[in-house]
Design a protein around this ligand. Structure first.
Ligand code: ADP
Ligand code: ASP
Ligand code: MG
Length: 422
């Protein structure tokens, strides 16, 4: 008998019929003798619907008062899901109880709409499990010290599930979703994408941080920190498939290299459409410029990703960086108001129609020429690279958004990701 955490995403919880199938699957695991904690997301589309209602009433505003209410609102999606799943389980003859984040409690910091989990009190859950109940805990949400409801950022139910698994020292955390594992890239963009049996933790972390939304990055960070065995698998297999087969399906995130691991130089391609580029033109090329620009942005709590400074000409240079699209307008306003006047720059321009495409692979550490192969592939497709950023195990380029799918497909082919690696 083991303690297992299941997480079900929005599509898996998308209708009462689908919730019934989730309940049947969970009941199967419980009847096989496991202690079950289940973390569901809101029903698909629900979080967007709720946030859309807020937007109808007042445009999104930075600042705690507005963000606090967004959390009150968005967290209700998951509350509906836990109650419905508990009811469905009771309908299957299983004893079951649901909890909202604040009831557990899952304590977070107070950064509304992007809170971080600080601790989880598992006492109540353990009592219920010992009494033979299936425990359903809301994904995506928690409570801060002052009692305010918080949410963990989009896709945050993954993180809730892994954090609960870590706090309870679960034997495994199974992330059930609408694809049957982690692929070499999003199979919806590249139909030839190949499912990986295992993926190394570092690569998964990089894929998630470069925009692959199959797992929220913080869930991967938690899994690494607490060594939570983590598997991504499909909720669309028949609920009554053999539990042993189900337990080995999908993709396992591994923490150590093992003989099953593929030895690919590039393991996957991630892309991210959520960024926007801001350029400050005609900046005097003097010490402290980067600090003046990016310091002001950081002080406004805006995260900067890729940065590029051009070679100076006649003592002037151009400085560009990317931010999240949600922060784009705010960044441009801030620079125009606070930075441009003192800086002596000529103009601030921006482009929200960009995307970042990244190739990721541990093998890049020990192979030269991988980045140049990427650049050649893109040039053969006539795709202009606007910015480049590299780390030990990834190379990212910023390109025009309209070439995203073309770039991902071409790179997938160029790196032969449709073929199993040696
Ligand atoms: P859930 O609602 O279950 O959390 P998400 O939509 O957040 O599901 O994540 C699953 C989706 O992630 C898939 O439908 C797929 O389109 C997308 N995805 C992006 N990159 C990958 C990848 N490398 N492997 C598998 N799926 C990916
Ligand atoms: N419901 C939240 C979202 O749509 C959290 C999640 O699904 O993981 O982002
Ligand atoms: Mg998700």
């Amino acid at each position: 008998m083991a303690l297992i955490v299941h997480k079900y995403g929005g599509t898996s919880m998308g209708s009462t019929e689908r919730i019934r199938l989730v309940a049947k699957r969970v009941a199967k695991w419980a009847r096989a003798g496991h202690q079950m904690v289940v973390v569901p997301s809101a029903m698909s589309g629900e979080t967007n619907r709720l946030l859309g209602l807020a937007k109808e009433l007042a445009p999104a505003k930075p600042g705690d008062a507005y963000q606090r209410e967004l959390d009150m609102l968005a967290s209700t999606g998951e509350q509906v899901s836990v109650a419905l799943l508990a009811i469905a389980l009771q309908g299957e003859g299983m004893e079951s109880v649901s909890y909202a984040g604040w009831q557990v409690p899952i304590l977070t910091n107070s950064a509304h709409t992007k809170a971080r989990i600080e601790s989880i009190d598992d006492q109540k859950v353990r009592v219920d499990l010992a009494a033979g109940k299936v425990v359903i805990v809301t994904g995506f949400q928690g409570v801060d010290e002052a009692g305010n409801i918080t949410t963990l950022g989009r896709g945050g139910s993954d993180t809730s599930a892994v954090a609960v698994a870590a706090a309870m020292k679960a034997s495994e955390c199974l992330i059930y979703t609408d694809v049957d594992g982690i692929y070499t890239t999003d199979p919806r963009v590249v139909p030839e994408a190949r499912r990986l049996q295992t993926v190394g933790f570092e690569e998964m972390l990089e894929m998630a941080s470069m925009g692959s939304k199959v797992l929220q990055i913080r869930s991967v960070e938690f899994a690494g920190k607490y060594k939570v065995p983590l598997r991504v698998l499909s909720s669309f297999t028949p609920w009554d498939i053999d539990i042993e087969i189900e337990a080995k399906s999908g993709t396992l995130i591994t923490f150590e290299e093992d003989e099953n691991m593929e030895q690919a130089i590039v393991s996957g391609i991630a892309f991210n459409r959520d960024e926007a580029k801001v350029s400050v033109l005609g900046v005097p090329d003097t010490p402290g410029i980067a600090y003046q620009i990016l310091g002001a942005v950081a002080d406004a709590n805006i995260e900067v990703d890729v940065i590029i400074q051009n070679v100076s000409k006649d003592g002037k240079t151009d400085f560009s960086f990317t931010v999240h699209r949600n922060d784009y307008a705010r960044t441009v306003d801030l620079l125009k108001e606070k930075v441009l006047p003192g800086l002596g720059a000529t103009e601030i321009t921006g482009d929200a129609k960009i995307c970042k495409v990244s190739i990721v692979g541990i093998g890049m550490r020990s192979h030269v020429g991988v980045a140049s192969k990427m650049f050649r592939c893109l040039s053969e497709e006539g795709i202009n690279i606007q910015m480049i950023s590299t780390s030990e195990i990834k190379t990212s380029v910023v390109i025009d958004e309209k070439y995203m799918e073309l770039a991902v497909r071409a790179l997938h082919k160029a790196f032969e990701l449709d073929q199993p690696a040696a």
